[in-house]
Design a protein around this ligand. Structure first.
Ligand SMILES: Cc1cc2nc3c(=O)[nH]c(=O)nc-3n(C[C@H](O)[C@H](O)[C@H](O)COP(=O)(O)OP(=O)(O)OC[C@H]3O[C@@H](n4cnc5c(N)ncnc54)[C@H](O)[C@@H]3O)c2cc1C
Ligand SMILES: NC(=O)c1ccc[n+]([C@@H]2O[C@H](COP(=O)([O-])OP(=O)(O)OC[C@H]3O[C@@H](n4cnc5c(N)ncnc54)[C@H](OP(=O)(O)O)[C@@H]3O)[C@@H](O)[C@H]2O)c1
Length: 364
C-alpha cells in the first residue's frame, strides 16, 4: 500500500533553527514522494453526506445514539512501546518558533527522528523525558505532548514525529520567574540533539475512520497539535485506501494574530478543498462579538450555533476538543442552551455522544 505526500507550506517564523538539508521540505512549492504506510487499510471513500437527523421539539430524553465499531479497538494501534526506563532516543532534526515576536509567549514546532520505531497514529501523544535531574537529584519525569504530525510524519517517510510546544514561563507567588522544565528543554533543543521519547499513548483522539464523516475540531493554542495531524492526513496526503470526502471544520482560539499556529498550512488546505474544509479563528485579544465580548473559541462557535447543533445530530459527526481545560465549560454552556431549544438535556446527550465516540476531549 502506498501513499504520496504533496503540498507542505512554510512555517511562519521570525527566528528559526533547522537543519539546512531539510528546510526544502517546508517549501511553499511542496514536496512529492512515495512512501509505505505502516498500518492496515481503513474503509474506502464515499460522497459528501447530505443526511440530516430529524429534529424533535418534544423529546426530553436524549435521543439514542447508534453504537459503532470502536476506534479504540482498532488493530494495530500501538501504545506504550517505549517506557520511561527504556525510552527511544530520537534526534532533533528541526526546531522552529512559529509564533511572532510580539506574541504573548512562544510556541515551537519541532521534528524528531524515529526511524519508524515509534509507530503512532494521528491523535496520539508521546512522552518526553527532559535531560537533567530534579530538585531531589532524580531524573525528571516525563511530560506528555500531543503529536502534531500525521502518521507519515512531516517528511512523508514514517520516520519522524513532530510536536507543537508552548514555552511555559510564569511568575510564582514569591515574584520569581519560573521556567517549565520540559517545555523549555524542548523549545531550546538544537537540531542534532538527542531526545528521550516514550509511548506512543492515547486512544481518545484517534481519527474517525469514516472518510465521509463531519469532523469538528476545537483547539485552543497548542491544542491544535492533533488537528494538524488529522488535517495533513485529510488534505496533504494521498492514500490508496483513504480519501477524505466529508467535512472538516476547525475552530482555533489564540490570543493574538501573531500566535495563530500553522495558519498558512490551513489556508492552503482550504484552497485545495474548499468544499471539505472550514476554518474559523477566534483571536481573543483582538476580536470581539457584536456584544463586545472577548472572542473565545466558544464565542466564535456561538455564531454558527444552529448549524453546529444540526451537525451534532448526525450519527457521523465527530467532535474533538484539545487545549486549555477552561474551554470545555465554555463550550458546554453554549451547547446547553442549543439543546434546550429542542427540549434535549445536553449533559445526557453528551454522555451518549461520548459513548458513541462522537465527543472526544483531551484538555489539560
Ligand atoms: C495529553 C497531554 C498532551 C499535551 N500536549 C501538549 C502539547 O501538544 N503542547 C504543549 O505545549 N503542552 C502539552 N501538554 C502539556 C505538557 O505535558 C506540559 O505539562 C507542559 O509543557 C508544561 O511542562 P513543563 O515541564 O514545561 O512545566 P513544569 O516544570 O512541569 O511546570 C508545570 C507546573 O508549573 C506550575 N504552573 C504552571 N503555570 C503556572 C502559573 N501560571 N502560575 C503558577 N504555577 C504555574 C504548575 O504547578 C504546573 O504543574 C500536554 C499535556 C497532556 C496531559
Ligand atoms: N492533549 C492535551 O491535553 C493538550 C494538548 C496540547 C496542549 N494542551 C494544553 O493546552 C493549553 C494551551 O495553551 P497555550 O498556552 O498553547 O494557549 P494560548 O496560546 O495561550 O491560547 C489559548 C487561547 O484560549 C483562550 N482562553 C483562555 N481561557 C479560555 C476559556 N476558558 N475558554 C476558551 N478559551 C480560553 C486564551 O485567551 P486569553 O489568553 O486572551 O484569555 C487564548 O486565546 C496548555 O495548557 C497546554 O498544556 C493540552
Amino acid at each position: 500500500m502506498a501513499a504520496a505526500v504533496s503540498a507542505a507550506v512554510s512555517l511562519p517564523s521570525s527566528k528559526s533553527t533547522s537543519r539546512s538539508a531539510r528546510t526544502n521540505v517546508f517549501s511553499p512549492d511542496g514536496i512529492n514522494f512515495k512512501v509505505s504506510l505502516p498500518y492496515r487499510n481503513v474503509s474506502a471513500g464515499g460522497k459528501v453526506f447530505t443526511v440530516r437527523a430529524q429534529v424533535t421539539t418534544e423529546a426530553v430524553e436524549a435521543p439514542a445514539k447508534v453504537e459503532k465499531v470502536s476506534k479504540k479497538m482498532d488493530e494495530g494501534v500501538v501504545v506504550n512501546k517505549y517506557r520511561p526506563k527504556d525510552p527511544y532516543i530520537g534526534r532533533c532534526l528541526l526546531n522552529t518558533k512559529i509564533t511572532g515576536d510580539d506574541a504573548p509567549g512562544e510556541t515551537w514546532h519541532m521534528v524528531f527522528t524515529t526511524e519508524g520505531e515509534v509507530p503512532y497514529r494521528e491523535g496520539q501523544s508521546i512522552g518526553v523525558i527532559p535531560d537533567g535531574i530534579d530538585k531531589n537529584g532524580k531524573p525528571h519525569k516525563l511530560r506528555l505532548y500531543s503529536i502534531a504530525s500525521s502518521a507519515l510524519g512531516d517528511f512523508g517517510d514514517s520516520k519522524t514525529v513532530s510536536l507543537c510546544v508552548k514555552r511555559l514561563v510564569y511568575t510564582n507567588d514569591q515574584g520569581e520567574i519560573v521556567k517549565g522544565v520540559c517545555s523549555n528543554f524542548l523549545c531550546d533543543l538544537k537540531p542534532g540533539s538527542d531526545v528521550k521519547i516514550t509511548g506512543p499513548v492515547g486512544k481518545e483522539m484517534l481519527m474517525p475512520k469514516d472518510p465521509t464523516a463531519t469532523v469538528i475540531m476545537l483547539a485552543t493554542g497548542t491544542g491544535i497539535a492533533p488537528f494538524r495531524s488529522f488535517l495533513w492526513k485529510m488534505f496533504f496526503e494521498k492514500y490508496d485506501d483513504y480519501k477524505f470526502n466529508g467535512l472538516a471544520w476547525l475552530f482555533l482560539g489564540v490570543p493574538t494574530s501573531s500566535s495563530l499556529l500553522y495558519k498558512e498550512e490551513f489556508e492552503k488546505m482550504k484552497e485545495k478543498a474548499p468544499d471539505n474544509f472550514r476554518l474559523d479563528f477566534a483571536v481573543s485579544r483582538e476580536q470581539t462579538n457584536e456584544k463586545g465580548e472577548k472572542m473565545y473559541i466558544q464565542t466564535r462557535m456561538a455564531q454558527y450555533a444552529e448549524e453546529l447543533w444540526e451537525l451534532l445530530k448526525k450519527d457521523n459527526t465527530y467532535v474533538y476538543m484539545c487545549g486549555l481545560k477552561g474551554m470545555e465549560k465554555g463550550i458546554d454552556d453554549i451547547m446547553v442552551s442549543l439543546a434546550a431549544k429542542d427540549g434535549i438535556d445536553w449533559m445526557a446527550y453528551k454522555k451518549q455522544l461520548k459513548k458513541a465516540e462522537q465527543w472526544n476531549v483531551e484538555v489539560y
